[in-house]
Design a protein around this ligand. Structure first.
Ligand code: RRO
Length: 294
């Protein structure tokens, strides 16, 4: 079944509004497992890469996951091949996917983000860039996406470096996400996406020490759905640029709720770990929900 819910996002034509959340769907591994069938029936209308940093990273020590009654907590720690490794190895694979490519980047300083935006924004294979601003700026100690002034300063540096759409991925671990979204818009962002994961913690039942190798982790899945819906609605009240809404989406109705709250696209994340075809299923369910109104 082919879903037809044509959607335009930042000038990019998409078959429907369902995309993956960054870091929740490894298209290269999925292709290895499912073969070319994955290419022919790709579950998402656009593919969002896992976060790329300037330097290669191993990621956090294990354990990296903790299962929750209604979700998942992760502390993956940005393992990736770094910018050069991404360009040489992952980009050619991602460019073979039958949908537009969004590359998610994170830097530990504005200069690092600038380097990533300049290098990746110059590639014709890349349709848009998503800025993961959930990490501290090593120069100021402030989380770039938790403070409106930090976000504005980042955009002021990187906006001139590319004509490609820039999507700012907002963190829910901020006192005023709509103010950050407004700052991003005013400084030239083309879109915002939210929510990233909510900070959480689990203790090892034997030792009482933090279970996750990284100490704390990011909570996702149905547990955060209501929080995501409220934050998307609040951000939609403040900005006019398009919103990619995500957080605990597991059905077409969940996706429709985020569209009703003001999102243009909907990200599916944790549900893809349970069902790798969740993107296609949810897009089909969304089409039914919008047609029948149920
Ligand atoms: O890699 C991670 O641990 C991670 C990242 Br960069 C992120 O943005 N959100 C998340 O839940 N985990």
């Amino acid at each position: 079944m082919t879903v037809s819910l044509p959607t335009t996002f930042c000038g990019i034509d998409l078959a429907h509004p369902i995309v993956n959340g960054s870091g929740t769907f490894d298209a290269i591994a999925a292709r290895r497992v499912f073969g070319d069938a994955l290419i022919e029936r790709f579950p998402f209308a656009a593919f969002v890469s896992k976060t790329v940093t300037v330097e290669a990273r191993e990621g956090n020590p294990p354990p990296r996951l903790w299962e929750l009654p209604a979700g998942l907590m992760n502390s993956i720690g940005l393992p990736n091949r770094g910018l050069d490794g991404y360009l040489a190895h992952d980009l050619p694979e991602h460019a073979r996917l039958p949908v537009p490519l969004v590359v998610n980047v994170m830097g530990f300083s504005r200069a690092e983000v600038a380097r990533l935006v300049a290098a990746l924004g110059a590639r014709e294979e890349v349709a848009a860039l998503e800025l993961n601003v959930s990490c501290p700026n090593v120069e100021t100690g402030l989380v770039m996406g938790a403070d409106p002034d930090e976000t504005a300063a980042l955009l002021a540096d990187v906006r001139p470096l590319t004509a490609k759409p820039l999507i700012v991925k907002l963190t829910p671990n901020a006192s005023d996400p709509p103010a950050v979204a407004q700052a991003a818009q005013d400084a030239g962002a083309d879109a915002v996406s939210l929510v990233n994961t909510l900070r959480g913690m689990a203790l090892d039942p034997q030792t009482g020490a933090p279970w996750l190798g990284g100490g704390t982790g990011g909570v996702s899945g149905p547990a955060v759905r209501a929080v995501a819906l409220a934050q998307v609605a609040a951000v939609a009240e403040r900005v006019t640029i398009p919103i990619v809404g995500m957080g605990g989406v597991a059905s077409g109705r969940d996706a429709r709720d985020l569209l009703r709250a003001g999102a243009t696209l909907v990200g599916v994340g944790t549900e893809s770990f349970r069902d790798p075809a969740a993107g296609s299923r949810i897009a089909g369910e969304l089409e039914d929900a919008l047609r029948t109104g149920v």
